[in-house]
Ligand binder design. Sequence first.
Ligand code: VGL
Ligand code: ZN
Length: 215
Amino acid sequence: MTGNKIRPEAQDMLIAVDIQYDFIPGGALAVPEGDAIVPAVNRLAELFGRMVATQDWHPNGHNSFASSHPGKNQFDVIQTHYGSQTLWPDHCVQGSRGADIHEGLNLSRCDLVIRKGFRKEMDSYSGFFENDRETPTGLGGYLHERSFKRLFLTGLATDFCVKYTALDGVKLGFEVYVIEDACRGIDLAGSLAAAWIEMDDAGVKRIQSSSVMSW
Ligand code: VGL
Ligand code: ZN
């Protein structure tokens, strides 16, 4: 049975979402086992032969930081002009060690690193649009201009930045695959299971890295 095997083609792009020190154990917003995905992503980068990485990149005092909202706690949800916003520990501050992409990630096949969340007043989970869901990062234009059709998502966190990148990818007309074992989630109050349902409803395909084969 070879039907469910994926053989990377010229119109496929691998995307590595936010594989940064603050999202791995020891970091400010650690995702459990966040660093365990690195070998799988490196293997996939060789199979695909190309990759785009996203990098969460916040200024000090960012609106998504609980510390910017006196009286609020980490993981509270507030209302903003662009909708509801979960408040996080300070993380991925521009130029800090926590914002660096994990050094174990092989970037030799990485064509582009796209930074997001750099506007102080607005967060950006998705690699495509900021959290108002309409301010573009430029990634959609880049991928369309290079004629990519299928996107294969890996990274952190499954239930936040990977999810929003997947949903926006579908909206922009890409065929989107999330490689489950090359991602890890934060899982705030059931958010991981909810994310898979939302992605499934949107037509995102859930696959395992073992189904990606070389030619
Ligand atoms: C992320 C929360 C805040 C993520 C980024 O990469 O999933 N989550 N900033
Ligand atoms: Zn962030």
